[in-house]
Write a protein of this length. Structure first.
Length: 445
């Protein structure tokens, strides 16, 4: 064994990951590479040799959070490298914090690593610093995000992601599937498929086929979903727009090949607002489509997000949204008050909605949806649900059914006569529902 290596402490890096699941995947990649090079990771800025802050620049409030995280890191440690979405506008960081060591943009893994190498050279020994084959997951071991593409071809007027991350760049299907296989081999029980627009997957590479196991798999939404469905783990699809070809995936959900769950950010229902937002698939007849999906797959859970107070949103537009919401009867819904994002074309649209009107609309929206969500949840009382366990407590474990994505949806609280393990999937009899969560007892393991 090499004495020099055992005598020298490993360089220690503290990592802050802000923003959406997509940013989390970027963080995981950086962290995996750092670990492979022999860096040690710490949760504490103090005592670390360096801090990396992966920023989010989507909304002004996220930017403020990122800037404050950079400020804290500088105060507590002093050596700070900034990466992520805010790195696309380096002046906004360097003007506030001229002392940061380096600023790199989103997905610039190599540049982040170069900056780390310059500030804190690696102490690498491939025999000592082995990385688990699935990489380092910042999410718990039993679930992992699987990023299938970067960037976006849409140009929603409130969004600067295409500016920050560029047009759609899809990964080969075989590449995605190999990563998924490695994750499941390492114990991951649930894969969360993410991208900016999952239903557009493969468009940029003309749906090219690549070889996985003994067959060719096209880089197509349906083909990828069905190949992932062969892995025998939960597969959850996020950021899917209601294009007609999404219909094809519903039978896979009815057969539980992939989870009967669609995260479909719709943002509004009024045609004029959708037009001004320049939303993808806004012309599709979404209500009819949802009704058909539910006929094919009655257990389908639909999650969505909406924006109220978008410039030019009239009272009629808002009433139409509420009416739509009632008819669609979605299971899980998030709602944001419109916030102008620097550099977004929507800022130049006429008729901004006053803050107090935004606030009122947001409250009305949330009240309306809460009733719908509670009604949908109540239907589950008396049923048996498969529940994946996230946390165990002394008497009750906390988990999620197929209808609940981690971090954004509700939970299932499970009483059990035998201790449950994190990552285990138990059959749970649902006894009670409140506004967001379910409660029940494990009846099968
Ligand atoms: S679909 Fe629209 S909101 Fe989503 S990343 Fe693309 S441009 Fe932004």
């Amino acid at each position: 064994m090499n004495d020099r290596i055992t005598d020298t402490p490993a360089p220690k890096v503290s990592f802050v990951s802000l923003g959406c699941p997509k940013a989390l995947v970027d963080s995981e990649r950086i962290v995996t590479r750092l670990r492979a090079e022999g860096y040690e990771l710490s949760r504490q800025h103090q005592g670390s040799d360096l801090v990396i802050v992966n920023t989010c620049g989507f909304l002004d409030s996220a930017k403020a959070e990122s800037l404050s995280a950079i400020g804290n890191a500088l105060k507590e440690n002093g050596k700070v490298i900034v990466t992520g979405c805010m790195g696309a506008e380096p002046e906004s960081i360097s003007s506030a914090y001229p002392d940061v060591l380096a600023i790199t943009g989103p997905q610039q893994y190599e540049s982040v690593l170069d900056a780390v190498h310059r500030a804190l050279p690696p102490r690498h020994d491939p025999f000592l610093d082995l990385v688990p084959p699935e990489g380092i997951k910042l999410t718990p071991r039993h679930y992992a995000y699987l990023k299938i593409s970067e960037g976006c071809n849409n140009r929603c007027t409130f969004c600067i992601i295409p500016k920050l991350r560029g047009d759609l760049v899809s990964r080969d299907a075989a590449d995605v599937l190999r990563e998924a296989e490695k994750l499941t081999a390492a114990g991951v029980k649930e894969l969360l498929v993410i991208s900016q627009d999952t239903s557009a997957y493969g468009l940029d590479i003309k749906y090219a086929a690549s070889r996985w196991r003994d067959k060719e798999v096209r880089a197509k939404f349906l083909d990828l979903a069905s190949a992932l469905g062969e892995l025998g783990v939960w597969v959850r699809l996020h950021y899917v727009y209601p294009y007609p070809h999404v219909d094809e995936v519903i039978p896979l959900m009815a057969n539980k090949k992939v989870l009967p769950y669609l995260d479909m950010p719709l943002q509004h229902a009024a045609p004029d607002v959708l037009k001004r937002m320049r939303r993808p698939a806004s012309q599709e007849r979404t209500l009819e489509r949802i009704a058909r999906w539910r006929e094919i797959c009655p257990d389908l859970t639909l999650r969505s997000t909406f924006i109220v107070g978008f410039p030019g949103e009239t009272d009629e537009d808002f009433e139409l949204l509420l009416q739509w919401l009632d008819e669609a009867s979605l299971d899980r819904v998030g709602c944001f008050k419109y916030e102008p994002v620097k550099g977004a074309p929507a800022n130049d649209l006429a008729a901004p909605v006053p803050d107090e009107v935004k606030e009122q609309r947001w409250h009305r929206f949330m009240q309306a949806q809460q009733k719908i969500s509670a009604r949908r949840l109540k239907r589950k009382v008396g049923t048996r649900q498969q529940v994946i366990i996230d946390e165990v407590g002394p008497s009750v474990a906390k988990g999620r059914s197929m209808a609940d994505a981690p971090e954004i949806d509700g939970a299932v609280y499970v009483a059990s006569r035998r201790p449950l393990r994190v990552g285990e999937i138990a059959t749970v009899k649902i006894e009670r529902a409140d506004a967001y969560d379910l409660h029940g007892t494990a009846v099968g393991f």
